[in-house]
Design a binder for this molecule. Sequence first.
Ligand code: AMP
Length: 429
Amino acid sequence: MADLIRSVRGMNDFLPAQSALWRRIEGAAHACFARYGYGEIRTPILERTELFRRQLGEHTDLVEKEMYTFVDALNGESLTLRPEATVPTMRALLERGVAARGKKQRVYYVGPMFRHERPQQGRYRQFHQIGAEAAGYAGPLADVEQVLMCRRLWEELGIAGKLRLKVNNLGDAEERRSHREALVSYFRDRQDELDEGARRRIETNPLRLLDSKDAQVRAIAEDAPKLEEHLGEESRAIFAEFESGLARQSVACERSHTLVRGLDYYCYAVYEWVFDARGKELTLCGGGRYDGLAGQIGGHPLPGCGFAIGMERLAELVVRATEEEPEQGVAECEVFVVYGKACSGEALALAEALRSAGICAAMDTDPSSFKSMMRKADASGAPCAAILGEDEAAAKEVSVKPLRGQGEQFRIAQDKAAQKLKEMLDSGP
Ligand code: AMP
């Protein structure tokens, strides 16, 4: 036998039980975001590489190390599997003219993203995000409303108690530039204490030294100039309005000066919803304002804000919070049709009639013994079995056997079975 060709590292398959949980989570997000007037947007998985390179920042980890980039052999174009969806969403809104000057557009998306990270628990190379973007909204009320959207989703999924909100003020582009210059000069003065990688970072992305994993770098970063010291009155006032807006809606948050978000396009209020898992603090959702992004993409200047939630982590939290194991408790069907070998045609017709009545019906399409089919009916988790033996077929009847709870088995005419079963299922266990 040939060796099994396995999936790409860091990329997962979702089997039906897990997909059912994901559908539930996605359904909650669709319903929640629609209530805030957000419509769904779907953009391509592939974009031109330059779109990300320019907007995410040449020297971010994401662009330097993590993008799946390749040359399209058919026309020599450099393409990239999207590592995030804010940039493609803004590209689409600008390109399609829906976020024209002065126009506003609120959209959300659900879908896979790709980053060539070192696979580990909770980090994948294909992962999924649910996110929302408000294009054309100057904030900070729109930012507050997006935090409320997240909080409502957490409440609906029963995980609100597990999450904490961290916020920070990144100021405007000029303030960040002046902070960056101060950082570069501070780290240059101490470069003898840094290793080569950190020294290189001074010139390319000094902000990343602030949340470095290296203890030595972190110790030096402790005394580095703070962005806070470079913020002007206007950006302080905008952020204060964001914070008081949250307080007015009883959203608790903590200020975190080390929260910088990895990407170049953020400004003013940024935030992360975090939770504790396996002794570490993990981020479930990150968001913030990106007023300069549209102009950088090549559109007209357009303010905007948004957030992205990691689906894998969200599903993990939902499972933990509700003790809902994805492998358990999800019935394959509502009625399992069990039949005698000679009645397979009638059984298939019965299953079709049940489906026409809106019932989820399954049967073993590889006929086996009656006993084995009953075992499969039991294992399917279905609340009842519809039995079509030769006896029943001759009388144009069907036996209904409740598989869970107390009910007694009974026989009913085949043409009345769908309606009766529908009533039974609708009235619950
Ligand atoms: P980011 O776009 O980096 O701000 O990420 C937003 C959220 O997406 C994170 O908080 C995670 O929940 C999730 N996420 C980011 N990268 C990965 C990954 N490689 N694997 C799984 N989830 C991820």
